[in-house]
Design a protein around this ligand. Structure first.
Ligand code: BES
Ligand code: ZN
Length: 619
């Protein structure tokens, strides 16, 4: 280099992914009408139920004194009158004595509520009818119990309810399609994430209230019913009605429950581990389902092997829904897709259609582990679902369909979110979200793309093998439970200091004693580094200046729309600092050097004796 003070300026490469972001920008703009938000009410106001009585709970989040264990749910949609009736029995466990049970319910008419104690159930006593209060501003109902429920006991709550099939694309809704003959057909579909399960049945609709679900669906003989689990039996009722009973689910969050009544056809295959995979579409689009079957069989095999954890259900259905708001939804065992995200017509579809279908399938299948098996504790960390699913698209599609060159698009995805993240209006990856509107707004390019990009950066920093072992450790440790950011950082530094009790990547006790300090330090450093990427908004710009035989490293917040001459620029820089993992190689050897840039001031120097070429971001 002729000029010893020549500046090398580059944005930190995080690795990206693009087409999903298009979809998410759409979602985001739909949800961003937050000007009239019934949840932003006066914090001092006392809640009053619809009947004028005081409502006993004043918070958006449910109390944790009563937790659901099992839902027995029966739903009967009427596709002619476009409504449904339902009944459920929720088995709950009471942690502390209480006089009320608070749960979610939105736009449901509650007809009858009966409480039975364990003793009532044992001696087949009828139970007590409960009064119900409704507080629509929080989408909650309160079940008032005449005598306090006792701590450490279980109860059963039976609720009868009914509602119209929703008109939009959320909750339990009506979807229609037209046949080639011009006839309109109606089907009934669920779409619950993030907070719409409460539109279909009263429930504890928060991701950490995991429970088992036994679902029964009534239908007419011209239809089929699908749900998360395989059907165990069909019972004939009077007037030709049929009732399908589905196997009980594994422990899962309410937003992943799904059921559909339709007249669709399917193709099926079996993975190497014996999971039955089926692709469903309306009869006239059935011929476009074959590519999705091939891709999902390949991708499910890939993930089972990559995560070293088998897909835990006996079947997986993927279904193309004619009216579907988002690109797809990862309901456990019954993934719903927009038709264009699943169907592939060998005569008319393009290679870019194939790439989109493959990536969408890869994304939703990744959620069966990241999201379904291990779920974020709360919506503020939805990036643990969406960032991972987006990152895994890159890994799995590269491995199963290298000819699609999906990795080419990844840097584009990073650059797309850098654009947004360089505005002061951006937000941290983990962000407080309480109301349904705020929660819906979390499904944006920051959660999806920046999430995926920082995971890709971390993979390069730790190396692929360690990263993979770390995420396997995370998935095994928190299976059927919930996790937060720190749980991920602990698993990635493999320190085994948390609740972890077994697993092939955990060190033995003797090794732990000698290495505990090192693990703690490694974990603390990783946490500190990743906090700079997840808890503050924005993105750094690294400026590297050659100074004689050294390189001076500096970082600043990368801002678009504010020039350095603007007095505001300095104010916007303050307090922003990242721990930036850098890799570089020089013309003097093939060795890849690593350095974590932690300061802003430019005091960090890398000594480079007599090298003519320096390459950064090597991996
Ligand atoms: N979990 C989401 C679906 C979703 C999106 C629910 C927004 C609630 C709000 C699903 O996994 C998803 O990310 N779908 C994407 C398509 C995917 C290929 C990136 C979508 O719908 O845009
Ligand atoms: Zn997703």
């Amino acid at each position: 280099m002729a000029n010893p003070r020549r500046k090398l300026i580059f944005n930190i490469y995080m690795g990206f992914y693009c087409s999903a972001i298009m979809a998410n920008i759409c979602i985001c703009s739909q949800f961003s009408t937050s000007s009239i938000d019934p949840f932003n009410k006066d914090p001092g106001a006392f809640p009053v139920a619809t009947n004028g009585e005081p409502f006993p709970w004043n918070e958006l989040r449910l109390p944790r004194v009563v937790v659901p264990l099992h839902y027995d749910l029966l739903v009967h949609p009427n596709l002619t009158s476009l409504d449904f009736v339902g009944s459920e029995k929720i088995e709950v466990s009471v942690r502390d004595a209480t006089q009320f049970i608070i749960l979610h319910s939105k736009d449901l008419e509650i007809m009858n509520v009966i409480l039975q104690s364990e003793e009532d159930l044992r001696y087949r006593k009828p139970g007590k009818r409960l009064n119900v209060l409704s507080y629509p501003a929080h989408q909650q109902i309160a079940l008032l119990v005449p005598e306090a429920l006792m701590a450490d006991l279980r109860y059963s709550v039976a609720i009868d309810f009914q509602a119209n099939l929703a008109n939009g694309f959320q909750g339990f809704y009506k979807s229609t399609y037209r046949t080639h003959g011009g006839k309109t057909r109606i089907i009934a579909v669920t779409d619950f994430e993030p907070t719409e399960a409460r539109m279909a049945f009263p429930c504890f609709d928060e991701p950490s209230f995991k429970a088992n679900f036994s679902i029964k669906i009534r239908r007419e003989s011209g239809h089929i019913a699908l749900s998360n689990m395989p059907k165990v039996k069909t019972i004939e009722l009077e007037e030709g009605l049929l009732e399908d009973h589905f196997e009980t689910t594994v422990k899962m969050s309410t937003y992943l429950v799904a059921y559909i009544v339709c007249d669709f056809n399917s193709v099926s295959g079996t993975t190497s581990s014996g999971v039955k995979v089926s692709i469903y579409a309306s009869p006239e689009k059935w011929s476009q389902t074959h590519y999705a079957l091939e891709a999902s069989l390949k991708l499910l095999d890939f993930y089972e092997n990559y995560f070293d954890i088998n897909y835990p259900l006996p079947k997986l259905d993927l279904i193309a829904i004619p009216d579907f708001e988002s690109g797809a939804m990862e309901n456990w065992g019954l993934i719903t897709y927009k038709e264009t995200s699943l169907l592939f017509d060998t005569k008319t579809s393009s290679v870019s259609d194939q790439l989109w279908v493959t990536k969408t399938i890869a994304h939703e299948l990744a959620h069966q582990w990241f999201g379904n098996l291990v779920t974020m504790e709360w919506w503020n960390d939805i990036w643990l679902n969406e960032g991972f699913a987006t990152y895994m698209e890159l890994v799995s599609v590269n491995a199963t369909y290298p000819e699609l060159q999906s990795d080419d698009a990844f840097s584009d995805v990073c650059f797309t979110v850098i654009k947004k993240d360089s505005l002061n209006s951006s937000r941290p990856i983990s962000n407080q979200a309480e109301t349904p509107t705020q929660i819906a707004e979390m499904f944006d390019s920051v959660s999806y793309n920046k999430g995926a990009c920082i995971l890709n950066m971390l993979k390069d920093f730790l190396n692929e093998e360690k990263f993979r072992k770390g995420i396997i450790h995370y998935l095994k440790t928190f299976s059927y439970g919930n996790a937060k950011n720190d749980d991920l950082w602990n698993s990635l530094s493999n320190n085994c200091l948390g609740d972890f009790t077994s697993g092939e990547f955990c060190y033995s006790d003797s090794k732990m004693t000698s290495n505990t300090l090192a693990f703690r330090e490694e974990s603390a450093e990783l946490k500190e580094m990743m906090a700079t990427w997840t808890l503050q908004k924005g993105i750094p710009l690294v400026v590297i200046t050659r100074e004689g035989r050294s390189l001076r490293l500096q970082q600043e917040r990368f801002l678009s729309g504010v020039s350095k001459e603007d007095p505001e620029w300095r104010a916007l820089q303050e307090r922003y600092l990242w721990h930036i993992p850098l890799t570089y190689t020089t013309s003097s050897s093939n060795v890849i050097h690593r350095h974590v840039l932690k300061s802003r001031t430019g005091n960090e120097l890398i000594s480079q004796v007599g090298v003519s070429i320096l390459k950064l971001n090597m991996f």
